[in-house]
Design a protein around this ligand. Structure first.
Ligand code: UFG
Length: 323
């Protein structure tokens, strides 16, 4: 097992995106050498930390030649990640997510790259039968996005067993917050916290609450919000603990759920803005409650979320939204 302090030479695919850029910043701070590969289809060039090398292009295509330079590992964030879009454009998701990842795995194998940390998702579980959700829960995705991430997880398991890859998949719950100049700025924003904050900045008139008739205490859907820096730090621990021939899956969340109304209230408190909200139809495919059990990550990686407070998460996102 590597020790966390060892300097490693790493490729980060999708390092110009929200989570990839925060993770790149944390990897650099920990002393690692990072090459970011991103096609800038949804990422931003100026989100890539200055101390990282940057190559613009398709993750798998670039990796097929780049990895010949000898890298210790790949952190694979690059993906299409919108649930709604995945239902309208399955081809884009199966090709963009699954095919690209298979080609990346083959490039890693061909070049003897030993480690992979993969961005998986809570969407692999689908409608949960039990809460909180442990890694042993049945993986029955209800949308194409989750199905593509699950397919990649299965492929990684096979490559680890057959070819000795040291692999970790991290299944993210609702990632939020920001890290200084690195934060969430999607061209098409669908995520709750940035949308609510757009009302506070005056970029949006009101927020729509997608359904208030869920079987939850206030009728609105409950999610497990995790600070992007806590999430990024789990990647560093995953890298340090990945073992050859093994593929381990960890859920990452705080283990506490907050409703849509609670999130809006936290945003009102942080911004001092009244943030008008109206109740709208449920959004198709939204489960009532998604809360993680991260016991495995805590026990095996020694991971501990240190920024679990919702107000603090919103406050960091708010600082970023005002930039
Ligand atoms: N919501 C609203 N109004 C909005 C936006 C969202 O009420 O304008 C609600 C949603 O219906 C949902 C909750 O706020 O109940 C959170 O929605 P997000 O779109 O922020 O996040 P999701 O829970 O839908 O999805 C996110 C990721 C997925 C991941 C999932 C796992 O985008 O990739 O978390 O928990 F799978």
């Amino acid at each position: 097992m590597d020790n966390e302090g060892t300097r490693q030479k790493l490729v980060v695919t999708g390092g110009a995106g929200y989570i990839g850029s925060v993770c790149t910043a944390r990897l650099l701070e920990a002393g690692h050498e990072v090459t970011v590969v991103d096609d800038l289809s949804t990422g931003h060039r100026d989100a890539v930390p200055d101390d990282a090398r940057f190559i613009e292009g398709d993750a798998a295509e670039v990796a097929s030649t780049l990895l010949a330079d000898g890298f210790d590992g790949v952190l694979h964030f690059a993906a299409k990640s919108l649930v709604g879009e995945s239902m309208q454009d399955p081809s884009g998701y199966w090709h963009g997510n699954v095919l690209t990842s298979l080609r990346l795995l083959d490039a890693m194998r061909a070049n003897g790259t030993p480690k992979l940390v993969f961005s998986s998702t809570a969407a692999t579980y689908g409608e949960p039968k039990e809460t909180p959700i442990a890694e042993s829960a049945p993986a029955e995705p209800t949308n194409t996005y989750g199905a593509t991430k699950l397919a990649i997880d299965h492929a990684i398991t096979s490559y680890a067993r057959a070819h000795g890859l040291a692999a970790v998949s991290l299944r993210y719950f609702n990632v939020a917050g920001a890290y200084g100049r690195y934060g969430e700025r999607h061209t098409t924003e669908t995520h709750l916290i940035p949308i609510v904050l757009q009302v506070a900045t005056g970029d949006r008139a009101q927020v729509q609450i997608y359904g208030d008739d869920y079987p939850t205490p206030d009728g609105t859907a409950v999610r497990d919000y995790i600070h992007v820096v806590d999430l990024a730090d789990a990647h560093l621990l995953a890298l340090a603990n990945a073992a050859a021939g093994e593929h381990t899956i960890y859920n990452l969340g705080n283990g506490t759920g907050f409703s849509v109304r609670q999130v809006i209230d936290a945003c009102r408190e942080v911004t001092g803005h009244e943030i008008p909200a109206v109740v709208a139809q449920r959004r198709a495919g939204d489960p009532a409650v998604l809360v993680a059990s991260s016991e495995r990550a805590q026990a095996e990686l020694g991971w501990k979320p240190e920024r679990a407070d919702l107000t603090g998460i919103v406050a960091d996102a708010w600082k970023f939204a005002q930039r």
